[in-house]
Write a protein that binds this ligand. Structure first.
Ligand code: NOJ
Ligand code: CA
Length: 692
């Protein structure tokens, strides 16, 4: 009997094979129906041909591989989705047909690491059917010269629950890896582990790998995480990283309704670690701006009533040392106005902080200020000085409580001219509070589907109120800032705050690893710029910031965030005008960014061009080793520049002598080269200002 769907799939397959016969093998059909055609193996290559992804079907199972310049980098790895009820998409599968496309377009970012982004890729859409010819799903692959992504596209089969995604990444387990544990209590706020991949159990993405025998480097992550659960990589068998989706509290992974697509599963490939940092893969795999005119989402630099809480000089809660007082906020507004900052963040302004605020998320109010904080008056005081307040919403992970007030809270901030909010979800991993209509409480993951959907709801609502979001304890970044450019920044890694608490502080290597791991996912609110590295204590007493002063400056260029903080107390900036000038001067929005050199755990050198002038900036950091780095200035444009160099002074050393800073001025152009000299735990920050 002739199967109508099989017949049409077969016709489709023949058509497709007609256009690209060279990389298709057309095999014998399924036994009962000679109309069903299945393709053994299909390939798609990147525009340059350097990178290739293959998809094959054997005995009803799908597998994919990847090759870089002819070498296999991903060994045959499974694909599939399993559901609680109904037919799984993981066996009795054939590749029924493929269609192909290519794409070369340059699009503009409203703000970011670079203004113009080239999206140049080849695409293969493989229609996957069951062996009886019934369509199963489609696998869409987009392959660029620096990486690729693929996703499952599944037609409507009603409301269903995914219980397992069976995507695998099979990689040589002797590869070197940089990773943080997935599914842990401390969310993404871990120091990176540097181990053979064989020692990695369960990891958050992005993870970074260096394959044996000099590479290449790989970064595995996901793009466009929408209405789905975040992916951890679980090495359940040596050398096989399996996608493990953050579960709901009921144990299911993803609740789908109707047709759905998964996030893109992405792999970046580069001969150098620096190459990973120069890729736009994640953004290119996201949908274009859905918000239209976002000129209201303005990159900015801010100060805040914040560090004093972390070093215990003031408190979030009310009382003698309450940080968010009207008087202190006025002083911060004055300081911001005097030194050209755009915003002033104030934490602890609202009811709910008294007592154990970590555990009391249900009592936070997002509209009621403490009596010693005159919200309306301060918003007006700031506006008169051409500064604005930055809002703060700590939820302690109690998302339902937040959602009950979110509309009113955003409307209040909009009315007061507050254009950005720092949100927070302090709660252990797996401890997000979801309360249902009957008041029953469930505990969810920060990267489960519930939290993923909350973050997008918040972004869309914030956009209606012309507000940008900087989320702490967030879900990881998967490039949604392209679609929703009010998704400014986030934490999602171990930031500066750990240096205040010291449990333990960030070691000197930490910020040499971030640019090749966490930062591949997007901007981070690391909060650089601590000048009093010991918080008034003797220089060698812990906790303290394990960097030199010059390295704090370099972080402004290295760690991109369109909302960038000058994190220290005003008095510490006033004490070091030599270093403070750079913090005031450094841009937060860039027309180009180039990672010049680096190796995770050792050093990183980033050059970026200001979006609003012809100036270039450079930030270089090293780990605990002193380092001399040669750089070529050929990234500069064709004019002469004054290089204003802020470097570690004589005998600087993060451990014993972190403060010496030397300013050096040189005339340079694009034909010049430079030798950077970094102290142990040190850095260099340079402004290249055109001479005419
Ligand atoms: C943790 C955030 O990372 C930090 O910046 C903030 O001060 C506290 N939560 C309180 O919201
Ligand atoms: Ca945090």
């Amino acid at each position: 009997m002739k199967h109508p769907i099989a017949a049409s799939l077969a016709a489709f397959a023949l058509l497709a094979s007609g256009c690209a016969t060279s990389d298709l093998n057309v095999a014998a059909a399924a036994p009962e129906d000679s109309q069903i055609i299945s393709l053994d193996q299909v390939n798609v290559s990147s525009p340059s041909g350097d990178l290739q992804v293959s998809l094959s079907a054997e005995n009803g199972a799908l597998a994919w591989t990847a090759d870089w310049r002819g070498d296999r980098v991903i060994q045959p790895s499974s694909l599939g989705l399993a559901f609680k009820t109904g037919r799984d998409l993981n066996r009795d599968l054939i590749i029924a047909s493929v269609s192909r496309a290519n794409h070369d377009e340059t699009w503009e970012q409203p703000w970011g690491e670079r203004q113009f982004v080239r999206d140049h890729h080849n695409e293969m859409l493989a229609e996957i059917a069951f062996t009886d010819g019934t369509p199963a799903f489609a696998l869409r692959v987009r392959i660029f010269d620096d990486g690729f992504g693929f996703r499952y596209e599944v037609a409507d089969t009603g409301a269903r629950q995914i219980i397992d995604e069976q995507t695998e990444f099979r990689i040589d387990p002797t590869s070197k890896s940089w990773w943080i544990p997935g599914a842990g209590w401390n969310r993404y706020e871990e120091l990176y582990k540097t181990t053979p991949m064989s020692d990695m159990h369960r990891a958050h993405t992005p993870i970074t790998l260096e394959l044996p025998d000099n590479g290449p480097f790989l970064s595995i992550h996901e793009a466009a995480l929408v209405d789905y659960a975040g992916m951890w990589l679980n090495q359940r068998r040596l050398g096989t990283l399996e996608a493990e989706l953050a579960p709901w509290s009921d144990g299911t992974k993803v609740k789908v309704e109707g047709a759905f697509v998964t996030p893109w599963r992405t792999v970046q490939v580069s001969d150098t670690a620096a190459g990973l940092a120069n890729s736009d893969l994640i953004l290119n795999l996201n949908e274009p701006n859905a918000l239209g005119d976002v000129s209201w989402a303005k990159p900015s630099k801010y100060v805040g009533i914040w560090w004093c809480m972390h070093i215990n000089e003031c408190s979030w809660g009310s009382g003698d040392i309450h940080g968010a007082t009207t008087e202190r906020t006025q002083a911060y507004i004055d300081f911001a106005a005097e030194h050209g900052f755009d915003g002033v963040l104030v934490e602890g302004w609202n009811h709910g902080w008294d007592g154990d605020w970590f555990s009391n998320g249900e009592i936070f109010s997002f509209t009621q200020a403490y009596p010693d904080f005159d919200l309306e008056g301060l918003a007006a005081y700031a506006a008169e000085r051409d500064v604005y307040l930055i809002g703060h919403h700590e939820t302690s992970g109690a998302i339902t409580n937040y959602e009950e007030q979110i509309e009113a809270a955003y409307a209040l901030y909009e009315r007061l001219g507050i254009p950005a909010i720092k949100t927070g979800y302090v709660a252990d991993g797996g401890e997000i509070t979801r309360r249902d209509a009957d008041g029953k409480v469930y505990k969810e993951w920060h990267d489960g589907q519930y939290a993923v959907n909350h973050h997008l709801r918040a972004l869309k609502l914030a956009a209606q109120h012309k507000i940008a979001i900087n989320a702490h304890e967030p879900v990881k970044d998967t490039g949604l800032r392209r679609t929703y450019p009010n998704a400014f920044s986030r934490e999602g890694a171990r930031g500066q705050e750990y240096n205040a608490w010291g449990q333990p502080p960030n070691d000197p290597a930490h910020t040499t690893i971030l640019p090749f791991t966490r930062m591949l996912s997007g901007p981070m609110d690391f909060t650089p710029g601590i000048f009093d590295l010991n918080f008034g204590k003797p220089v060698t007493e812990d906790p303290r910031v394990q960097t030199t002063l010059a390295k704090q400056l370099a972080l402004y260029v290295l760690l991109h965030s369109p909302i960038q903080m000058a994190a220290d107390l005003p008095r510490n900036y006033e004490a070091r005008p030599d270093a403070f000038e750079f913090v005031k001067q450094v841009p937060v929005d860039w027309s180009e960014s180039i990672m010049l050199d680096g190796y995770p755990g050792d050093f990183a050198v980033m050059a970026r061009k200001d979006r609003n002038s012809q100036a270039w900036y450079l930030g270089a950091v090293t780990d605990e080793e002193a380092r001399t780095i040669e750089i070529n200035l050929d990234f500069l444009d064709g004019f002469p520049y004054e290089a204003q160099i802020h470097k570690d002074g004589a005998d600087a050393d993060w451990k014993t002598n972190p403060y010496p800073l030397e300013l050096d001025f040189q005339s340079v152009d694009q034909n010049a080269s430079m030798t950077l000299t970094l102290a142990p735990g040190g850095g260099t920050a340079i402004a290249f200002i055109p001479l005419e």
